[in-house]
Design a protein around this ligand. Structure first.
Ligand code: ADP
Ligand code: ASP
Ligand code: MG
Length: 406
C-alpha cells in the first residue's frame, strides 16, 4: 500500500482558519487517491506557553511531568484537524502516542522513537480512514509519556514514514522550503531545490530551525526522501535526499546562525595533563553539551586560557559547576551571552581549497572579529559578537554567491 505521511508544523495549524486550510490540503490528497497519514504539532505558541507554566510552578519542574504537560498541545491540534475532516464528510480520527503505541527510549524531554506499532493504523487506512497522529510524543517502557525534543514532530513524521514504509514524507511549514539562509532574516535567501542529508543535518544542527536535526539523521539512516514545502501556498519545495543523486557545483550550500549560545572562558588554568578532562567531566555528567572549544598555547608553560561554548539555558548551571569544582584552579571565570555562531555549510568544500580563507577575509573586511573557530569536512563555524550576526550573514551570503544561487 502506497502511503504518504504529511506533517504540519505549529504555524500551519496556528489558527482555526489555518486548520481548515490544512484539512483542505489533506482532502486534496484523498481526492487524488493517496493513502494519507497525518502528523501534527501543537498550534504555534502553545508548547512555549506550557513550558512557561512549568517554570512558574517550579524551577526544578519534574522531567516526567514536563513531558505530560508539554505534549498536550498536540492532542488539541490533532482533534481539531480530525474533526474538521469529519465535518467535510471524510472518515478521520486522532491518535495519541500511547494509543498506537509509539515507543521511545532515553531520558524524558529528549527521548528517541524506537518502535511504532502500525497494525491498527494500517487497518484504519484500509477502512478508508485518515489517521491524525500526535507528533513530539511517545511512551517509554514504564508506560510514561515522553517527548522527543523541541521541534520533534519532524522526527515523529520521519519515523512513521519509516515504519509504514511510506513512499513520501512531506513536511508542511510556514516557508516554501529550505533556503540558503533563514528567509525571515535575509530577504535575498534563495530556495534550495535539492539538498543532501549531510548538508541539511549540518544546517539544522547549526541553527536552521526549519528541520529538527534528529529527524534528518533518522531520514538519512533509513533513506527516506523528505519534501519540505509551504502549507500557505502551493509551490514546489525542497527535496532532502541522498548525496549521490545530486549534481551541483556550489561550494557553499547554506549559511546558518545560532541565537542562544554563550561563551565560557577560564583564565589562568594550570597547563598540565588532565585539566581539560577535569573541567568537562562534571559538565557532561550534568548533560551539558559543550560545543566549540579552544585552548590557548601557554606562554610560560604553566598557565593557559580555555574557552568553550554552551547553550545559554545551561549558563547558570555551568557557572555553578565550575565554581564548585575542587579539581581545577583558575584565576578568572568570564561568561558572556552575547555571542553567535555563524556557519557556512557545503559538500563542495571537500574538493575546493581556500573556503576557510574566503570566509575569514569576508568577515575581516566587515571588521568582524572571530572569537572561536571550528571546522569539519563540510562546514566552517565561527563565533562572533552577536550584534554582527546579520552583517556576517549578509557578507558570507554574498561571498559564496548565494544571492544569485539557482
Ligand atoms: P514548523 O512550526 O512548521 O515546524 P519551524 O518554525 O520549526 O516551523 O521552522 C520554520 C522556520 O525555520 C521558518 O519560519 C524560518 O524562519 C526558519 N529557518 C531557519 N533557517 C532556515 C532555512 N535555512 N530555510 C528555511 N527556513 C529556515
Ligand atoms: N510542539 C513541539 C514544539 O514546539 C513539537 C514541534 O513543534 O515539532 O517543540
Ligand atoms: Mg519545527
Amino acid at each position: 500500500m502506497k502511503i504518504v505521511v504529511l506533517k504540519f508544523g505549529g504555524t500551519s495549524v496556528g489558527t482555526i482558519e489555518r486548520i481548515k486550510k490544512v484539512a483542505d490540503i489533506i482532502s486534496n490528497y484523498i481526492k487524488k487517491k493517496y493513502n494519507v497519514v497525518v502528523v501534527s504539532s501543537a498550534m504555534s505558541g502553545v508548547t512555549n506557553g506550557l513550558i512557561k507554566k512549568s517554570e512558574l510552578i517550579s524551577e526544578n519542574f519534574s522531567n516526567s511531568e514536563y513531558d505530560v504537560l508539554v505534549s498536550t498541545g498536540e492532542q488539541e491540534a490533532c482533534s481539531l484537524i480530525a474533526a474538521r475532516l469529519i465535518h467535510k464528510g471524510l472518515k478521520s480520527r486522532s491518535w495519541l502516542s500511547w494509543q498506537i503505541p509509539i515507543t521511545t527510549q532515553g531520558s524524558h524531554k529528549h527521548s528517541k522513537i524506537t518502535q511504532i506499532n502500525i497494525n491498527n493504523i494500517i487497518k484504519y487506512i484500509k477502512s478508508g480512514g485518515i489517521p491524525i497522529i500526535a507528533g513530539f510524543q511517545g511512551i517509554n517502557n514504564q508506560e510514561r509519556i515522553t517527548t522527543i525534543g523541541r521541534g520533534g514532530s519532524d522526527a515523529s513524521a520521519i519515523m512513521l514514514a519509516k515504519f509504514l514504509k511510506a513512499e513520501r514524507c512531506v513536511i508542511y511549514t510556514d516557508v516554501e522550503g529550505v533556503y540558503t539562509t533563514d528567509p525571515n532574516k535575509l530577504k535575498k535567501a534563495k530556495k534550495i531545490k535539492v539538498i543532501s542529508y549531510e548538508e541539511m543535518l549540518e544546517m539544522a544542527s547549526l541553527g536552521a530551525k526549519v528541520m529538527q536535526p534528529v529527524s534528518i539523521q533518522d531520514a538519512r539512516l533509513n533513506r527516506i526522501d523528505i519534501e519540505v514545502k509551504s502549507s500557505f501556498i502551493n509551490k514546489t519545495g525542497t527535496l532532502i535526499t541522498k548525496r549521490s543523486g545530486i549534481i551541483n557545483n556550489r561550494i557553499v550550500t547554506g549559511i546558518s546562525s545560532t541565537q542562544n549560545d554563550s561563551k565560557v572562558s577560564l583564565i589562568g588554568v594550570r597547563d598540565k595533563p588532565g585539566v581539560a578532562a577535569s573541567i568537562f567531566k562534571p559538565l557532561s555528567q550534568n548533560s551539558i553539551n559543550v560545543d566549540m572549544v579552544v585552548q590557548n598555547i601557554s606562554a610560560n608553560g604553566k598557565e593557559t586560557d580555555l574557552t568553550f561554548t554552551i547553550k545559554t539555558e545551561d549558563l547558570n548551571k555551568t557557572k555553578k559547576i565550575i565554581q564548585t569544582n575542587k579539581n581545577i584552579n583558575f584565576r578568572k571565570l568570564l561568561l558572556t551571552k552575547d555571542v553567535s555562531k555563524i556557519s557556512a555549510i557545503g559538500v563542495g568544500m571537500i574538493t575546493t581549497p581556500g573556503v576557510t580563507y574566503r570566509m575569514f577575509q569576508a568577515l575581516a573586511k566587515k571588521k568582524i572579529n572571530i572569537q572561536v573557530i571550528s571546522t569539519s569536512e563540510i562546514k566552517i563555524s565561527v563565533l562572533i559578537d552577536k550584534k554582527y550576526t546579520k552583517k556576517a550573514i549578509v557578507a558570507l551570503h554574498k561571498e559564496f554567491k548565494l544571492d544569485n544561487a539557482k
